[in-house]
Design a binder for this molecule. Structure first.
Ligand code: AMP
Length: 428
C-alpha cells in the first residue's frame, strides 16, 4: 500500500495490536484513572483546540526554547495567519482562562487537560511527533499547600495505576532574586572549565546557565557534582515557601528527595519544581513533572496570578506500567454473543440483540459464521461470556441454547426472556 503512518506517529488499536501499550483498552484504563483521580482532587476538565496562534507558544514557552525554535509544527492558514499545533498544554489553558475572564469568577481555578501534543522531534525511542499529555494547572493558588496537593495528585495517580514505588524529587528554583544570585555563583564555578563543557552547555553559559543543570552530558554532570546548590541561594520568601511545601508533604506521608539539580526546561518556573521518577524503564526516568509558574500569566498580558501544575507523558506512563508488570485490565468482550444458524434465525437474533442493547446489555450478533464450531470459536476469541445458539429447532420453539463459555453449561431460554436472563446473570 502507498499510504503509511507519518513519521513519529502511531495508531492505537483494539487487542490484536502487538505492542501492548498501543492497545485501546490500556489507553481507556489510563484515561479513566487520570480523570477520576483529578476530579477527586477538585480539578475539572478543560478542552482547548489542538492549534493556536503561533505567538501564544512563542510568548509562553519562550522564543529561544528548543520547542519553539526547532520542534513546532507551524503553518499558515488560508488567511495568512501563523498557527501552530500545540507542543504542550499550559499555554492554551492560560489563553482560555484569560479569554473567558475566569479570574473574575473565583479565587482559584483547578483544571486538568488530556490530549495529543505535537513536537517535530528527531525519531528516537520513546519520542513521538504526536504524543499525549495529561496535565493539571491550579491557577490563582499561591499557598504552598497547593504545591503539595498537586504533587500528591501525581502520586495518587500512580498509586491507582498500580505503580506505588515512585520517587518524588523536589527542588526550588526560587524567585527572580534567588536565581540572579545563584546564576553568578554557578557561572563562577563553571567558568574555569568552560572549554570542556559540552557545546550545548557552552551556549547556555551566558544566556541561561541554570539550564546547564539539565545537561545529560557525562562530562557536564561530573563538573556539576561540586557546583553550588541553588538551595543555598534562596531568598527568605522562597525559603519560607519551600519549607512549607516540604512540611505539607511530610505531614501527608508523601516521601520526597531533595534534588538540587532539577530546574525543569522551561524558563517560566518559580519556586517549587519537581519530577516523579520510576526505575521501571531504567535509569532515572521522569514519569511526570511540574512546578510553580507565578510569572507566566502576567507575561501573557493577564493579571499577576500565581499557578502551579504538572504534566505527564501518557505513552511513557503506559510503557512504565507495562514494564513494571502492573495489572492493566484487558479489553472486555460482549456479555452475550448471538449465534444464528440460518437466514431466519439471523433476524430473530438481531431482534433479541436489539432488545438487550436497549437495556444496556452488551450483545453482538454473528452475521457470518455458517457452522456452530466457527461461531463458538469467534465468541471465545471476542471474550464473550454467554453464547446464544439459535438453530432451526430453537427457531421453531422461539428459544436459544445459552452456553456459558467459562464452565460449559447450557440452558434453553425463550427469546423474550433472554434480556432478563442476562440481567440476572450480571447481578449474581
Ligand atoms: P515536557 O513538556 O517536555 O516537560 O514533557 C513532559 C513529559 O511529556 C515527558 O516526561 C515525556 O514523558 C512526555 N513527552 C515530551 N515530549 C515527548 C515526545 N516527543 N514523545 C513522547 N513523550 C513526550
Amino acid at each position: 500500500m502507498d499510504y503509511q503512518l507519518p513519521k513519529g506517529t502511531f495508531d492505537i488499536l483494539p487487542a490484536f495490536e502487538k505492542e501492548p501499550w498501543q492497545r485501546s483498552a490500556v489507553w481507556q484504563f489510563l484515561e479513566e484513572v487520570l480523570r477520576n483521580t483529578a476530579q477527586d482532587f477538585g480539578f475539572r476538565e478543560i478542552r482547548t483546540p489542538i492549534y493556536e496562534r503561533s505567538e501564544l507558544f512563542q510568548r509562553s514557552v519562550g522564543e529561544t526554547s528548543d520547542i519553539v525554535t526547532k520542534e513546532m509544527f507551524t503553518f499558515l492558514d488560508r488567511g495568512g495567519r501563523s498557527l501552530s499545533l500545540r507542543p504542550e498544554g499550559t499555554a492554551s489553558v492560560i489563553r482560555a482562562f484569560l479569554e473567558h475572564n475566569l479570574s473574575q469568577k473565583a479565587h482559584v481555578h483547578k483544571f486538568f487537560y488530556c490530549g495529543p501534543m505535537f513536537r517535530y522531534e528527531r525519531p528516537q525511542s520513546g519520542r513521538y511527533r504526536q504524543f499525549h499529555q495529561f496535565g493539571v494547572e491550579a491557577i490563582g493558588a499561591k499557598d504552598p499547600a497547593q504545591d503539595a496537593e498537586v504533587i500528591d495528585l501525581l502520586c495518587e495517580i500512580y498509586r491507582r495505576l498500580g505503580l506505588p514505588k515512585i520517587i518524588v524529587q523536589l527542588n526550588s528554583v526560587g524567585d527572580a532574586e534567588s536565581r540572579q544570585n545563584f546564576r553568578e555563583a554557578l557561572q563562577n564555578h563553571l567558568r574555569p572549565h568552560f572549554s570542556v563543557l559540552s557545546p550545548e552547555s557552552q551556549l547556555r553559559f551566558e544566556k541561561n546557565p541554570l539550564r546547564i543543570l539539565d545537561s545529560k552530558d557525562p562530562k557536564d554532570i561530573e563538573l556539576l557534582a561540586h557546583a553550588p546548590s541553588i538551595q543555598n541561594f534562596l531568598s527568605p520568601a522562597s525559603r519560607e515557601h519551600f519549607d512549607a511545601v516540604c512540611r505539607y508533604l511530610t505531614q501527608n506521608d508523601i516521601t520526597y528527595e531533595l534534588n538540587d539539580k532539577i530546574v525543569r526546561g522551561l524558563d517560566y518556573y518559580t519556586n517549587t519544581v519537581f519530577e516523579v521518577t520510576s526505575s521501571a524503564l531504567g535509569a532515572q526516568n521522569a514519569i511526570g513533572a511540574g512546578g510553580r509558574f507565578d510569572g507566566l500569566i502576567s507575561s501573557l498580558g493577564g493579571p499577576n496570578l500565581p499557578a502551579v501544575g504538572f504534566a505527564l507523558g501518557m505513552e511513557r506512563a503506559l510503557q512504565t506500567l507495562l514494564a513494571s508488570q502492573a495489572v492493566i485490565p484487558e479489553e472486555t468482550g460482549p456479555l452475550l454473543y448471538l449465534l444464528p444458524l440460518g437466514e431466519e434465525a439471523r433476524s430473530a437474533c438481531f431482534r433479541v440483540a436489539t432488545a438487550c442493547r436497549r437495556q444496556k446489555i452488551s450483545a453482538e450478533v454473528d452475521f457470518y459464521s455458517k457452522k456452530i464450531q466457527t461461531g463458538l470459536q469467534q465468541a471465545i476469541r471476542l471474550k464473550a461470556t454467554l453464547c446464544a445458539v439459535v438453530g432451526s429447532e430453537e427457531l421453531l420453539k422461539k428459544t436459544a441454547q445459552i452456553k456459558h463459555l467459562e464452565n460449559h453449561t447450557q440452558e434453553e431460554v425463550p427469546f423474550e426472556e433472554i434480556s432478563t436472563y442476562c440481567k440476572r446473570f450480571l447481578s449474581v
